[in-house]
Design a protein around this ligand. Sequence first.
Ligand code: ZN
Length: 241
Amino acid sequence: MRYAVVSDVHANLEALEAVLADIESRDLEEILFLGDAVGYGPNPNECVALLKERCKIMLAGNHDLAAIGSTGLEYFNEYAKAAILWTQSVLTEKNRRFLGTLPVKKHRNKENVLLVHSTPKEPEEWHYLSTLWDAEINFHYFSERICFIGHSHMPFLIERLPSGEMLTSTDKGSLGKSARYIINAGSVGQPRDRDLRACYVAADDDAVEFVRVDYRREATQRRMHEFGLPRPLIEKLSEGA
Ligand code: ZN
């Protein structure tokens, strides 16, 4: 089965719509969402509603839980915090309740994958998995063939061979039968790898591809400006970092 893995939309409706259109054009059958529907961007309610309508599975990320008051703001920088406070002020009761029902990790037998926003080891601690050493530790905390993660907004694939050797890639890759993988799906709504385009993963049993999709970022930025969201968050979308 061919499926899409989508993460870190961050209330960027233009980016989400562009990604959903691309997914549709590729006939990917299911969409699995790894969390952070809201935070940073100007359209939290629209993004939650659209994701709810289109995704087979949805996880909660730290920004989603912060937006409903279920996790503290102490790890957020001042701009992220300001965006969360704004998000709290506009989020509908319906969406607030819905975000509160989402898990932080999910096992999928069908594709033999684990889905988690931050790390398999401690999904609710919001650690970043960024080094091969982090990966080595985390491979011991799931049994599936692939673990998809988000959170850092940096797309990458780490392959662990049966010998224990690890290889990394940020491009498309074929999946070996006996290897295991940790794959970061990147970010739809706020990429940080210097590529300004929205990012998601198209996958099947044999291969994954990091798909990049352009979108009308000026429209997103204009609305962020109108709503008084912090300038550095607006500029981030033109910097990709
Ligand atoms: Zn995020």
